[in-house]
Design a binder for this molecule. Structure first.
Ligand code: NI
Length: 141
């Protein structure tokens, strides 16, 4: 009988961004996004939780080696975002509004294949922008 388990790795990064829709006037951007539209950017300390589902390997007792998962997140997400500007510097955010929602979805797309290659399934991306605001993404249904 299969016994799927869920394991989670937390990583952190900090990045600058602004929420600004170029199709709108300055006034409308300020009305919709408030301080988040500040032209000279602002930053967040993001907490990223990557949850993977898989079976326990009888030989290791692991679902997935968390060192592998950490290295994968480092390569695909942290190196590209940490101390960067999400609007300007990050290839996988190009052309997207730099919201927590879009960032969580883009991080999923960065990680899904590498996790699947190890025989596990990406279950959830939880991205905390502040201690009060966070997004969870479970993949396209
Ligand atoms: Ni912000």
């Amino acid at each position: 009988m299969s016994k799927p388990v869920f394991i989670t790795r937390r990583e952190r990064f900090n990045a600058a961004h602004k929420l600004y829709n170029e199709k709108w006037t300055e006034a409308k951007n300020l009305e919709i996004f408030g301080k988040c539209a500040n032209p000279n950017w602002h930053g967040h300390n993001y907490d990223l939780y990557v949850t993977v589902q898989g079976e326990v390997d009888p030989e290791t007792g692991y679902c997935m080696d968390l060192r592998f998962l950490s290295d994968l997140i480092e390569e695909k997400v942290i190196e590209k975002t940490d101390h960067k500007n999400l609007n300007l510097d990050v290839d996988f955010m190009r052309g997207k509004m730099a919201s927590t929602e879009n960032l969580a979805i883009a991080i999923w797309e960065q990680l899904e294949a590498g996790i699947a290659a190890k025989g596990c399934r990406l279950h959830c991306i939880r991205l905390e922008e502040t201690e009060n605001n966070f997004v969870e993404y479970y993949g396209a249904s």
